[in-house]
Design a protein around this ligand. Structure first.
Ligand code: GAL
Length: 670
């Protein structure tokens, strides 16, 4: 079973790219690094089924036996993210078509349409064949279905499936026409057969049409996953099944909705920023993963949210067309940022760097330089570290601040007909999270409608779409004494992306005590001055107070003297509104003000700047993870036992420069 109490260490293992002699060395090196879980076969379809119905399992049999003998568990993948060349030749109608009608060809990966019947049948076929052969193999601890579901397509199969999905969603054309506001530009549909996928258009496409297309693909890909999962489970229900989600600003499917269909939320995370940005992105990614995991079936049954960092980079951060080498210690800090936030381990893409193929220069635990390398030595140390931290899995992050996330709001905000192309939900989420992270407040990610009783402060970062139920959810929270921080472009539209009338933000005017009359989007290099000395970027608005007070105003320009940030007592709580994106210092001041009003405290108020603190709280103990992102040793007052060194901490722990300390806290010391 994958969950044997240890934290997982390992990653994608591609033995099909290496001769058998290397497999033996791999297993020996894996044991040295205390690797205990590897994903095998993710892109191995053409080596498993070199011709239709002709299978070559000998190599995989041998690899699984070797791994098992070495005590290494396997997440066995179904290889359906990369059909073999013969499949594309035999089923050209399964090749994906882009929005402008170009049919893509074999030669990369993910070259299929997940709505094409032949592809789906072939995917079921290889999954069922693998299940029949390996579902009872003792090495197999988990099924890893596919890889990063996220493709779309505009082929005739996709179009037919889209129409079926629309019929199920809207029921009749009258409802669809109303939802998509098709009276605009003569788009009224009188026949389902007239509806195509949102292909390339002369000018702006219909926002409702685009949004439903995204939802359709999320559901279609989920159905493709579910049918594989069911085949695997049918053979051995005891083996958990999952699929790895992508994490970052690419949100191809509604990951939170998928959580209830996986036995374990598994995520891939690759930061795209270098300096402090990588640490902030990592913290946000892990908080998101934990938030999604809370929607999983085990969690709904009352068990702690369980998730796993399935892929990360052992070394490089890829940013702006360049690979940046991670400094010593950084890989471990990123890994432990995930573990601190609930990940059941730290896994990597990939075990051994390939010598050829498109990703030959992607980092690996065993780099091209071989095991006599800094990266391999760091991975050995990480293996030791993870073993020492296994006890912390008994703890859960208990954050007092909730950040709302909604995939559809992000999709809707990317419509090109918005008043500005600068605002982006992921970016707003990241800005709010960064302000909280830098001030040391722990936060959870929630979905609209989630229970809020454990949270004192709810933040809505560009929650653009709001249903009536979401309006009630937010109002009830504040009325009952909860605190709320809302950013611009929240609650502007309904779930079909139609504007809520009467002044923005239609959904939250009452609770915020404001009415926004006009938007004043800013140019990319423009700033507005604020009366508290700060600045705003990206956006500004004409805000009228209808009960709220201004906590700061715009200075100069057309909005001179008008409210920029407002505060409103509502019921027993308080609601803040940000009509612009404050600079980082101002944002930190604002979240601190809101957090203090809400009675929320930083995780470790005495942690020096640059030291990230995350607490996992268990029924009988708590574990304080301290990640020192500075280049100097840092002292943090705490008492307990430091697990990596096994030393008793009487008053304070010194966290090495760029290093980590994890303290099992003395319950009387807190
Ligand atoms: C992931 C993917 C891996 C590999 C990796 C490179 O998104 O699942 O197969 O391509 O990116 O960073």
């Amino acid at each position: 079973m994958w969950d044997d109490g240890r934290l997982c260490h390992g990653g994608d293992y591609n033995p099909e790219q290496w001769p058998a002699a290397t497999w033996r060395e791999d297993v020996a090196l894996m044991r040295q690094a205390r690797v205990n879980l590897v994903t095998v076969g993710v892109f191995a379809w053409s080596r498993l089924e070199p011709a239709p119905g002709r299978y070559e399992f000998g190599w995989l049999d041998e690899v699984l036996d070797l791994l098992h003998d070495g005590g290494i568990r396997v997440a066995l993948a179904t290889p359906t993210a990369s059909p073999p060349p013969w499949f594309s030749q035999a089923h050209p109608d399964s090749l994906p078509v882009t929005a402008d009608g170009v049919r893509l060809h074999h030669g990369s990966r993910d070259t299929y349409c997940a709505a094409a019947p032949a592809y789906r049948a072939a995917a079921r076929g290889i999954a069922a064949t693998l299940a029949a052969r390996y579902a009872h193999h003792p090495a197999v601890a988990m099924w890893h279905v596919h890889n990063e579901y996220g493709t779309t397509c505009h082929c005739p199969h996709a179009e037919a499936a889209f129409r079926r999905w629309l019929t199920a969603r809207h029921g009749d054309l009258h409802t669809l026409n109303a939802a998509w506001a098709t009276s605009f530009w003569s788009q009224h549909y009188a026949d389902w057969a007239h509806i195509s996928t949102p292909r390339a258009t002369q000018y702006l496409a219909n926002p409702g049409h685009l949004l439903d297309f995204r939802r359709f693909w999320s559901d279609t890909l989920l159905a493709a996953y579910v049918e594989q999962r069911d085949l695997l489970k049918a053979v051995n229900p005891a083996i958990p099944v999952t699929t790895n989600y992508v994490l970052g600003d690419w949100v191809p499917v509604d990951h939170a909705r998928w959580a209830s269909e996986v036995d374990l939320v598994a995520v891939d995370h690759y930061p795209s920023a270098v300096d402090g940005g990588a640490e902030e992105q990592t913290a946000l990614a892990a908080d998101l993963a934990r938030g999604w995991a809370r929607h999983g079936a085990p969690e709904r049954a009352g068990r702690p949210a369980t998730w796993l960092l399935m892929e990360s980079a052992a070394n490089q951060i890829h940013t702006a067309g360049r690979m940046h080498t991670k400094e010593p210690g950084r890989m471990a800090r990123h890994s432990l940022s995930h573990v601190a936030r609930g990940s059941r381990g730290a896994m990597f893409f990939q075990w051994r760097a390939p010598l050829g193929g498109a990703e030959r220069f992607h980092s690996a635990l065993v780099p091209h330089a071989g095991p006599d390398s800094r990266v391999f030595r760091e991975s050995v140390r990480l293996g030791e570290t993870l073993d020492r931290l296994a006890e912390a899995t008994a703890g859960e992050v208990a954050a007092p601040v909730a950040l709302a996330w909604d995939a559809a709001s992000g999709w809707a905000l990317r419509h090109p007909g918005m008043p500005s192309d600068l605002p982006d939900q992921h970016d707003e989420l990241a800005a709010a999270h960064r302000a909280l992270w830098r001030t040391g407040y722990g936060c959870d990610v929630v979905l609209p409608g989630d229970p809020l009783d454990r949270y004192r402060l709810l933040v809505l970062p560009a929650l653009y779409l709001a249903s009536d139920a979401t309006v009630d959810w937010v109002r009830d929270h504040v009325e009952a004494g909860g605190h709320l921080l809302v950013t611009y472009l929240s609650g502007v539209a309904d779930p079909h992306a139609r504007v809520r009338p009467g002044g923005y933000p239609g959904a939250f005017r009452d609770v915020l005590g404001i009415r926004v009359e006009e938007f004043h989007p800013l140019a990319a290099d423009e700033q507005v001055l604020l009366s508290d000395g700060g600045t705003g970027r990206i956006w500004s608005e004409t805000v009228h107070l209808t009960g709220a007070e201004a906590s700061c105003a715009y200075v100069g320009g057309v909005l001179d003297g008008r409210p920029a940030v407002t505060r409103h007592r509502y019921g027993a709580g308080t609601a803040w509104y940000l009509s612009t994106r404050p600079d980082d210092d101002t944002y930190r001041r604002l979240v601190t003000e809101a957090a203090r009003a809400a009675g929320v405290h930083p995780v470790c108020p005495d942690a020096p700047p640059g030291v990230e603190a995350v607490r996992r709280q268990g029924p009988e103990a708590s574990w304080l993870f301290l990640l020192n992102h500075t280049d100097r040793p840092q002292r943090v007052p705490v008492t307990g036992v430091e697990l990596l060194t096994g030393t008793v901490v009487a008053t304070a722990v010194t966290v090495p420069a760029g290093g980590v300390a994890v303290v099992r806290e003395d319950p009387d010391g807190r």
